[in-house]
Design a protein. Structure first.
Ligand code: 5GP
Length: 115
């Protein structure tokens, strides 16, 4: 079973890829919520952040460092940005292939909606 995102990694589905290496693929979100909205995903299919395991430290850290580098390239490093990983239902995760959202280019507002 392949996720939509695995098919993007494999080049089977089109995406606006801004960076790719052996570990991660980064592409613009199809439905952006901010001027910069880029998804950083592991090339390997990992369903949720719950599924990271011992040994994935380098991959998880790499995702953050790649996001940091893209933020600089997008010109939003100094103005600021938000990195978000949604997990499962309450986190609002829709695609079951773990992904880090890099969003910025405008004020992000409150971190979480109050009920
Ligand atoms: P989640 O809610 O799972 O954290 O975020 C999933 C994100 O993936 C959403 O922001 C959605 O717009 C984006 N997305 C879903 N399908 C596609 C797709 O086929 N291509 C791209 N580029 N983004 C997608």
């Amino acid at each position: 079973m392949s996720t939509i995102f695995s098919r993007i990694v494999a080049g089977e589905l089109p995406a606006d890829i801004v960076y790719q290496d052996d570990l991660v693929t980064c592409f613009r979100d199809i439905n952006p919520v901010a001027p910069t909205h880029i998804l950083v995903i592991p090339n390997r299919e990992i369903a949720t952040v719950n599924d990271f395991q011992d040994g994935d430290e380098h991959l998880a850290g790499h995702m953050v460092l790649v996001a940091q580098r893209i933020a600089r390239e997008e010109g939003i490093a100094d103005s600021g940005y938000r990195l978000i990983i949604n997990c499962n239902r309450d986190g609002g995760q829709e695609v079951m292939h773990v992904h880090l959202h890099l969003v910025g280019g405008r004020r992000m507002g409150p971190m979480v909606l109050r009920e």
